[in-house]
Design a protein around this ligand. Structure first.
Ligand code: SAH
Length: 213
């Protein structure tokens, strides 16, 4: 678990790349510059850790592309203390970004192998989510709702209703919607039954699957 000067240098280059691609929030850029992404990946991909690309992790899943992580996080506009629900813990990289921004993070993963691995790993780096859950993100996390923000890091064929209903008034759901290609979509809750919907271009994610595994 080493983080060397070389890693830090590569990380700064990555920050420059995603900034050039349009990420502006200094807090988000700082978090990407701080988190040792190489430690979230399998050793065979270490050389690739600071490229702006998604890479395979365990259980046929991927660690999301840094630009995508930054883009979704920027849309959430987190202030410290915000209660954030993440669907798709995966490697825990996005979870770490949310923790760096001072959010109280609740995260759900449906693959038991990843859930166990990441639950052990994140505290070793000092990232303490409020709760990591092995479960089905389609259901959200009713017992901890409402949330200031919900972020989905897998491609959703449709928008799960529980995620909309578990938002605070003023809260935001950032979710890539679609089958093969997804449109990044943000829902802002304006009232008990009113939501504003905005779209932010196309992305590609692994699919949001039903039930646990
Ligand atoms: N943010 C993660 C992304 C991992 S890929 C990272 O950067 O590492 C998407 C993750 O969503 C996978 O780990 C996958 O197992 C998980 N996932 C897919 N469907 C899910 C569901 N219904 N509930 C919870 N997690 C789900």
């Amino acid at each position: 678990m080493k983080d060397t000067f070389k890693h830090k240098g590569l990380r700064q280059q990555l920050v420059n790349i995603i900034e050039a691609k349009g990420i502006k929030d200094p807090k988000v850029l700082k978090a990407i510059g701080k988190i040792p992404r190489h430690l979230f990946m399998d050793s065979s991909f270490l050389d690739h850790a600071y490229q702006d690309k998604a890479f395979p992790i365990a259980a046929d899943q991927t660690i999301s592309q840094p630009y995508t992580v930054a883009f979704q996080t920027e849309l959430l506009q987190i202030t410290p203390g915000d209660k954030i629900l993440e669907i798709g813990t995966g490697s825990g990289y996005q979870t770490a970004v949310l923790c760096e921004l001072g959010a109280k993070v609740y995260s759900i993963e449906r693959q038991n192998e990843l859930f166990k691995k990441t639950s052990k790993f994140l505290p070793k780096l000092g990232y303490r989510a409020k709760k990591l859950v092995f479960g089905d993100g389609y259901l959200g996390l009713e017992e901890e709702a409402p949330f200031d923000g919900i972020i989905v890091s897998a491609g959703a064929p449709y928008v799960p209703k529980p995620l909309l209903s578990q938002l605070k008034i003023g809260g935001r759901l950032v979710i890539p919607v679609g089958d093969d290609i997804q449109v990044m979509t943000m829902f802002t809750r304006k009232g008990p039954k009113e939501y504003e919907q905005e779209e932010f271009g196309e992305f590609r994610f692994v699919p949001l699957l039903g039930d646990k595994n």
